[in-house]
Design a binder for this molecule. Sequence first.
Ligand SMILES: [Zn+2]
Length: 294
Amino acid sequence: MKTLRNVLSESEKSRTAVGHFNISDLVALKAVAEAARGLKVPVIVGVSEGEREFVGVRQAAALVRSIREEFDLPIFLNADHTHSLAKAVEAAKAGFDSVVFDRSTLPFAENVSETKKAVEALKAINPSIIVEGEIGDIGSGSEIHDSTPESSRILTKPDEAKQFVASTGIDVLAPAVGNMHGLLRSMVRGEVHKRLDIARISEIKAATGVFMTLHGGSGTDDNDLRNAIQAGMNVVHINTELRLAWRRGLEKALSDQPNEVAAYKILPVAVEAVKSVVTGRLQLFRGSAARVAG
Ligand SMILES: [Zn+2]
């Protein structure tokens, strides 16, 4: 079975990206796994601190491992946005493949020293674990926002990124390049799309030479996503789009079957709704939708 590092190296060579999808229940997990199996592509399942508090840290690890083994699917588990060393260590001990250690709200020097400490502690538990660090502000909360946070306009500087990577020893960098967590109401309606600074992504890639993740990918212009991947993004995170599909699927199932009480008869509609979003995004990240869309 390929490791996450193998999969990231392959994405670097093929200039494609690995899809990262957050889950907080079996509905979303089934949708992500079925979509990846259908397309025969690797995939990363993410659980933030809040998501894994609900699913359970060891339970998330056991569920993903069981899918990997049963279907021989390169499916990996990431501890998304982890704000303390204790939570990062807990995930590493449970067998997570990667950790996003996020102290990006701290001043630069403190972010560097805390991230460096986390890299050392996590690699001591599992030498092959992938550690991702973050600089710059991409907002918080994969939700529906009323307005754009002011901080989302501050982009990561290439020289700062270079220094951050060199002093921390991280495997993956999450920069701020116009991306933002969550969706604005206008984006939910499809009227507005997020735009990325592609030149800045290329500059940061050239300065650091490390794997890079694009957070807050939901609602981003499709061509910007394709160009961001060409410019060096190896992983793209999608969360809010899945949450939206989950809710809409669930609402439809409940209103279509007002007398049904068996969860296993109601929830497949939500699985299909989420799966269709994941499939579309995975196709785009692999470059196949680029040809379809011209
Ligand atoms: Zn994120």
